[in-house]
Design a protein around this ligand. Structure first.
Ligand SMILES: *Cc1c(COP(=O)(O)O)cnc(C)c1O
Length: 462
């Protein structure tokens, strides 16, 4: 299985190349050359999440690693989860369940993708006897999951830019209390977008790298993260109804990585009814699905900060695969002047949306109402991101047939302020988070000017 870019120029890449490169050279996103097909009868025989991963992951890695090598990597990939089989499923009633993906060390679903990425980074670096720098920016959960996933691998040094802004105290502390010599949390006075700009500059500048050293991206466009997420859709379908009927999945969405993994699972043979694209008031995706208008707007700060985005980077993969039938010339054309020029698809192509997608934009008020509803009626405490997905299901109820799975992407303890505002009293805090709260914070405060960040990386990359 080889990979190519959505813009067509960068192609015939192995898994390892795609893993280490992140973004394609032509500015596009990597896609597998075809969709590998899952034998549902075979996967039905499997039990644990790891068993399923051992079935799915090798389909994408065989250009670089043998099945035995992958199996060995996967035995140690997902660690420090507080659930035996990593995931818990909470049944609300006959028509809906909540897929709890937050039992990992950083209490957000990003542990699934980033622990897989880190395991393969480490394997590749070890095999080649090389080292790497991870350089990224975070608005919350990506940074902590990346740092945690890489911290035990001495061949990787992580430099993560943390904007002062809409992040919860506990999210920041997850990054600043790690206390490892290969981890550098950098506090920057600026917005997430400012931080992203510096990271982008870093990826073209590269002056802080040693000879032959890799510079690794951990943002959600890395294909390996999608693979890790595909696994839990198959897991959920297996556990909920053994693939006997197509399910709906409601996904709280920012950069569209999680939704795309659901779409990918369906292309690989998982029965799927509808995907509900649930967003907060940052509604670029809702505007696309409702009115064929994919245009960048300013970012609104909400109580679900991990979905506060102005564009959804992984959406290009859906445009390319689903709407354009893998026509890379058309895809390049559409993205050439985006976001300056917004994207509107040919009306007849866009109409396909309703076969598979529903969308809803949930504002902060409705998010609070939903958190309160579940707390008061079911004694179930959910975080604001999960509540966006849950509320979208309520709003779209009349359009849904069959059972719906609501993805819960973060543990509520990560967002104490919205909980408090909703009058919800959370008693059980995951051990992983409790540890973090009482530790001393260590971070580096740097200015965004004069390349001081690149200098800092260079000094600490001896
Ligand atoms: C990152 C994140 C999301 C959004 O996921 P995407 O794959 O970017 O759409 C939703 N909820 C939480 C808690 C997150 O951390």
């Amino acid at each position: 299985m080889l990979f190519h870019s959505t813009r067509g120029k960068d192609k015939n890449k192995t898994f390892e190349e795609v893993l280490m490169q992140g973004l394609a050279n032509d500015g596009g996103l990597f896609m597998p050359d075809n969709w590998p097909q899952v034998d549902l009868e075979e996967i039905k025989k499997l039990k644990s999440f790891i068993d399923i991963a051992k079935y799915i992951v090798p389909m994408f890695t065989n250009s670089s690693f043998t099945d035995e090598e992958v199996s060995k990597v996967l035995d140690d990939t997902w660690h420090d989860f507080e659930e035996e089989d990593l995931i818990k499923i909470f049944e609300i009633d006959e028509s809906s369940s909540i897929l709890e993906l937050f039992h990992g060390p950083t209490a957000a679903f990003k542990d699934f993708g980033l622990q897989l990425a880190a395991a393969f980074f480490n394997k590749t670096l070890q095999d080649k006897n090389k080292t790497a720098i991870v350089f990224g920016a975070t608005s919350g959960d990506t940074g902590s999951a990346a740092i945690d996933a890489c911290k035990e691998f001495s061949v990787i040094k992580s430099f993560i830019l943390i904007p002062d802004g809409n992040m919860s105290e506990i999210q920041r502390k997850q990054m600043t209390t790690v206390d490892k010599p290969n981890v550098f949390p950098i506090l920057v006075s600026g917005s997430f977008d400012d931080c992203q700009d510096i990271v982008k500059k870093g990826f073209s500048d590269r002056s802080f790298l040693k000879n032959d050293q890799y510079l690794l991206a951990v943002n959600s466009i890395n294909w390996v993260r999608i693979i890790g997420q595909i696994c839990y859709y198959f897991y959920a379908s297996l556990k909920v109804n053994k693939f006997s009927e197509p399910l709906n999945f409601s996904v709280p969405t920012g950069n569209f990585g999680n939704v795309f993994a659901c779409y990918a699972a369906s292309k690989m043979g998982m029965p799927l009814s509808k995907i509900i694209v649930a967003v907060n008031s940052n509604d670029i995706l809702d505007r696309f699905f409702k009115s064929n208008d994919y245009s960048k707007d300013k970012v609104n700060e909400t109580i679900s900060p991990s979905m506060d985005i102005s564009v959804a980077s992984n959406f290009e993969r859906l445009i390319y695969d689903y709407y354009l039938d893998r026509d890379s010339d058309l895809c390049s054309e559409l993205y050439q002047d985006f976001p300056l020029k917004s994207i509107h698809l040919n009306e007849s192509i866009w109409k396909k949306s309703t076969n598979l997608f529903l969308s809803y934009s949930v504002d902060d008020n409705s998010t609070y109402e939903c958190m309160k509803f579940y707390y008061n009626n079911l004694k179930y405490i959910m975080d604001p991101h999960t509540a966006v997905a849950a509320n979208a299901v309520t709003k779209l109820e009349t359009e849904l047939r069959k059972k719906t799975i609501i993805l819960s992407t973060a543990h509520p303890a990560k967002f104490p302020l919205p909980l408090k505002n909703a009058g919800i009293n959370l008693k059980n805090i995951p051990k992983n988070l409790e540890k973090v709260m009482n530790k001393k914070e260590v971070s580096f405060k740097l200015s965004t000017s004069n390349n001081s960040i690149f200098e800092f990386i260079k000094e600490n990359n001896q």
